[in-house]
Write a protein that binds this ligand. Structure first.
Ligand code: ITT
Length: 199
């Protein structure tokens, strides 16, 4: 068994990643809560999801023996020229709550017509070991921003995002339905297809 640290402080992301990864043979999944060390604060100053995911994975991989997996993700809204993008978690302010970020997005989208409310969730996973980057894996899901929060499931922008081909937002869907089509799942599938060669 090889340890894999899921290097996120976001308990929702941790859960979505854990659900799939725990069935990968040969891997023992570990979260920050099972380690004795406080996770170091990493300044996410990259301009791309990939740059931030790589920075998080490489930094943490110097503190940990096994694999380290980092997730950088967010939502890109076409009418806002791709914003909030890499600033998704701190859209309204540093340490913003999901409700504050949702409120800001609803306000900015107030007068945007139906046809122009397109957006996509993006997830980049970075896998590292002992200061070496092993790979990055990307996933996307396209959809639209609804005019008010719908549903209490999920986290972040889930109540505002309705994936293409669905009548419900991610916030209204059961978690298993989100996890069938999400950006994170697409990235995870790519990771699963290539992690075997390192085990
Ligand atoms: P770590 O850096 O410790 O992993 P974080 O929450 O700060 O935790 P990010 O910097 O990657 O992670 O920011 C991701 C933000 O993007 C997250 O806080 C949500 O607001 C949003 N987001 C990402 N994936 C999402 C999803 O599946 N559903 C809803 N919102 C999501």
């Amino acid at each position: 068994m090889v340890n894999l640290l899921i290097a996120t402080t976001n308990k929702h992301k941790l859960k979505e990643l854990e659900i799939r990864l725990k069935s990968v043979k040969g891997l023992k999944i570990v979260g920050f809560s099972e380690l004795d060390i406080e996770p170091p604060i990493i300044v996410e100053d990259g301009t791309t999801f990939r740059a931030n995911a790589v920075k998080k994975a490489l930094t943490l991989s110097r503190y940990f023996e096994g694999f380290v997996l980092a997730d950088d993700s967010g939502i890109e809204v076409d009418a806002l020229c791709g914003k909030p993008g890499v600033r998704s978690s701190r859209f309204s302010r540093i340490n913003a709550t999901d409700a504050e970020n949702n409120k800001k997005l609803i306000k900015l989208m107030e007068n945007v017509p139906e046809k122009k409310r397109t957006a996509q969730f993006v997830c980049v996973l970075a896998l590292a070991r002992k200061g070496e980057l092993l790979g990055t894996f990307e996933g996307f899901v396209k959809g639209r921003i609804v005019d008010k929060r719908k549903g209490k499931n999920g986290f972040g922008y889930d109540p505002l995002f309705q994936p293409d081909g669905c009548k419900m937002t991610f916030g209204e869907m059961p978690p298993a339905s989100k996890n069938k089509i999400s950006h994170r799942t697409e990235a995870l599938k790519k990771l699963e297809a290539s992690i075997g060669k390192y085990l």
